[in-house]
Design a protein around this ligand. Structure first.
Ligand SMILES: Cc1cc2nc3c(=O)[nH]c(=O)nc-3n(C[C@H](O)[C@H](O)[C@H](O)COP(=O)(O)OP(=O)(O)OC[C@H]3O[C@@H](n4cnc5c(N)ncnc54)[C@H](O)[C@@H]3O)c2cc1C
Length: 229
């Protein structure tokens, strides 16, 4: 497998799998210690499916992924950080300024209703007017931030004027058991659109590295149809 594996997130940002520990059949091989049993690849595949069917998830803690989650809005970071069984390392706005770029949506997340990434019932005319106001508001926040920093204010204090949707990044190391919990909660229609897109991008990464584990898990939990529009 060639790392990194990168998938774009709908609405902005991307998921990068930089390395992983274990492969698709690792949980089956690990589970065999219980009975000191042995099996070939075909037997391991059957055992892997059985572990999921039985809800015997502790062997999946032995399969670990190190992601870099790039350019998600800060408020989505708050939601990701609520998943305690993971090891995050976040970019700091005490030490860095918001990213710069030509596209405002790369600096601050613009709700997908305004960029066309998500359907909306807001009428065209109102949408265009509100979109202009959002852009003006973000630009003015970024300008004030720059002015404060240039005037000598600490970056850690100047960030108080940055929008909550300012994009940030983090390393996120998580085992498959906890990732399954994340996917179940965050692919759900009850979860916010933005984090659902992150969960879907993670699914597209996992399809490439742990296809049997992923497809069996999604199937048994009835999540498969939630991975696509
Ligand atoms: C639709 C939605 C709405 C939400 N709304 C809110 C909200 O309004 N406010 C809010 O604060 N959060 C909210 N959350 C976050 C939610 O409460 C969880 O904190 C988050 O989804 C992480 O789930 P988790 O605890 O299962 O994951 P993890 O923290 O990764 O924990 C994994 C599992 O480990 C076990 N575990 C972890 N820590 C403990 C512990 N201290 N004691 C016992 N068992 C533990 C549990 O079995 C848990 O399921 C929301 C989540 C969703 C999906």
């Amino acid at each position: 497998m060639n790392f990194p594996i990168i998938e774009k997130v709908k609405g902005g940002g991307r998921i990068e799998l930089v390395e992983m520990f274990g492969d698709d059949l690792t949980p089956a091989r690990v589970a065999r210690i219980s009975y000191l049993s042995k099996g070939d690849e075909s037997a391991d595949r059957k055992l892997l499916v059985r572990l999921i069917d039985l809800g015997h998830f502790s062997p999946f803690e032995q399969q670990v992924f190190r992601f870099v989650l790039h350019d998600f809005p800060i408020y989505i970071g708050e939601q990701i950080l609520r998943h305690r069984i993971a090891s995050p390392m976040k970019r700091s706005f005490r030490y860095t300024k918001p990213s710069r770029g030509m596209d405002l949506n790369e600096i601050v997340h613009i709700p997908p209703e305004f960029t066309g990434a998500k359907r909306t019932s807001i009428g065209n005319e109102i949408r265009e007017e509100k979109y202009r106001k959002i852009q003006a508001h973000i630009r003015s926040s970024l300008k004030l931030y720059d002015e404060l920093v240039q005037a000598g204010l600490r970056k850690e204090a100047a960030r108080t004027v940055l929008p909550f949707g300012t994009r940030t990044s983090m390393y996120w190391t998580i085992n498959m058991r906890s990732l399954m919990n994340f996917l179940e909660l965050r692919l759900s229609k009850a979860a916010q659109w933005e984090i659902r897109q992150i969960a879907r991008a993670i699914v597209r990464v996992l399809e490439q590295v742990v296809p049997l584990t992923l497809s069996t898990f999604l199937d048994r939990k009835g999540l498969t149809e939630l991975t696509r529009d």
